[in-house]
Design a protein around this ligand. Structure first.
Ligand code: CTP
Length: 454
């Protein structure tokens, strides 16, 4: 992510081509550039990709009916037209190009383009003969010359018809680059959020439906004797916020709780595990299913697990004396151990299937310099780091200012947020990783482009 669209609202218009499935990835690429997004669809586009997919990813209602009103009575496609910084129509069918060239506002995509003063980028996709037809050529020329739209020519390659020709949707990075280019030099507006199409509350998104999440929360207590222990300042608030947010989004949650001072969600399966050793057993039991496959989709290790414990805890209360020296031994690093187990590096030799998403936390004091090393050493997909000495961050606070590290992206500093907001943003990333994992396992789709009538 390089943030070339940070602060922008990009409207993505999807029309009825089989290349509509590529619009899902395009939406993500636009978001990776920092854009907020809203999606408009023609009726036939909804036969290729369900609006719910776009709704969950954009977190905005998909505009697909020119007559539809927002809950506050405003006209949906007009709000998009007024608030979008750019509209990109991809894929654009021959039929849509013709409707647009003639100003026929029968669908939400055309209507928004007619009503906007924002730049419009169009990426056609269709059969080669259709693209070569004089009617289509004339429509494209009109969009370019009379309307000032940027039209990205389709590429040559195999088409859905079985033929080879010019008609494949242009490469997605080229479409993103074109959107960035049309906005170059235009100041980033700081719009009132209320002028943009409203965000759908995350709780209404079933994007973790049926996913199995294991979350650890709270601090560990390492016994010195039956009365005393070594503990830490963790309250469990961050882990519990993650568990609650995941439950609201449809996940099945196992919450492994150490010492906590906040109520635990009743909807979760709760396992109490106060010491590092107890937490280790609970994790190992939960993470590997009886068939040896992954018993979970993601582990979020928000617990503050001890790094040292008394080497020789005693079974009776230690009486007062003149002095007491405790010998401490290192605890096993649970997250690193699970990372090895998940990747098949623990001696058992077989990686867990399906590959779980592993998320760690790093509570640092003063600097985050050590975090990238921890991400690598523990083999994590995401590492949420914060400086617990910063005001408003760390133990016992309602808020947190974190920086999120991933192996394949630059660190992402988030603003000061409530712990629930941190939880939801983190779950956005986890949901996305899980979707990518599942997509990677699906056989490739070989059909490339197809024209249908809207
Ligand atoms: N963690 C763990 N087992 C431990 C200690 C920590 O699984 N014995 C997990 C924590 O739950 C957290 C992550 O590892 O998700 C980071 O812990 P942290 O203490 O910051 O990292 P360490 O590797 O212990 O490094 P250091 O003590 O040097 O900061």
């Amino acid at each position: 992510m390089s943030g070339r669209l940070t602060g922008r609202l990009i409207a993505l218009g999807v029309t009825g081509s089989i290349a509509a499935y590529k619009a899902v990835e395009l939406l993500r690429l636009l978001q990776d550039e920092g854009a907020e997004t809203v999606v408009l669809m023609t009726p036939s586009a909804t036969s290729f990709v369900g609006p719910l997919t776009f709704e969950a990813l954009s977190r905005r209602t998909v505009e697909r009916d020119v007559l539809a009103l927002l809950p506050d009575g405003r006209i949906g496609h007009i709000v998009v037209a007024d608030s979008a910084d750019a509209i990109v129509v991809a894929p654009a069918t021959a039929h849509w190009l013709a409707a647009m060239a003639n100003g026929l506002a029968g669908d939400a995509v055309t209507a928004a383009c007619l009503a906007t003063s924002a730049p419009v980028v169009v990426a056609p996709a269709m059969d080669g003969e259709m693209y070569a037809h004089p009617a289509t050529r004339a429509n494209v020329a009109r969009l370019r010359e009379a309307f000032g739209y940027t039209v990205i020519d389709p590429e040559s390659g195999p088409l859905a018809s079985g033929q080879v020709g010019i008609g494949r949707l242009a490469a997605l990075p080229a479409i993103v680059d074109a959107v960035v280019a049309v906005l170059a030099g235009r100041p980033v507006r700081s719009p009132e959020p209320a002028t943009r199409p409203p965000l759908v509350p995350r709780t209404a998104l079933p994007d973790l439906d049926g996913r199995r999440l294991v979350v650890t929360a709270g601090g560990t207590a390492e016994p010195i004797d039956p009365v005393r222990f070594i503990g830490n300042r963790s309250t469990g608030r961050m882990g519990v916020a993650i568990a609650e947010a995941a439950l609201d989004r449809g996940a099945r949650v196992t919450l492994i709780a150490g010492l906590v001072s906040v109520p635990l969600p009743e909807r979760a399966r709760v396992i109490r595990a106060e010491s590092t050793a107890a937490m280790r057993s609970a994790l190992l039991e939960t993470l590997v299913g009886p068939d040896g496959r992954s018993g979970f989709d993601a582990l979020v290790m928000a617990a503050a697990v001890a790094d040292f414990r008394p080497a020789h805890p005693v079974g009776t209360k230690i009486a007062r004396g003149s002095a007491l020296t405790l010998e401490l031994e290192p605890t096993p690093d649970l997250l690193a151990e699970i990372g090895r187990l998940a990747r098949g590096l623990d001696g058992a030799g077989r990686p867990l299937e399906p590959a779980p998403v592993l998320v760690g936390f790093a509570a640092e004091t003063g600097s985050l310099d050590r975090v990238p090393g921890k991400l690598r050493a523990k083999g994590l997909d995401l590492l949420v780091a914060n400086d617990v000495t910063e005001p408003g961050s760390g133990f016992g606070t309602e808020t947190n200012r974190v920086t999120v590290y991933a192996p394949d992206a630059p660190p992402e500093p988030w603003p000061l947020l409530t712990k629930r907001e941190v939880a939801d943003r983190l779950l956005d990333r986890i949901a996305r990783r899980l979707d990518e994992r599942d997509t990677a396992h699906r056989p490739p789709l070989t059909v490339v482009a197809q024209e249908t009538r809207p």
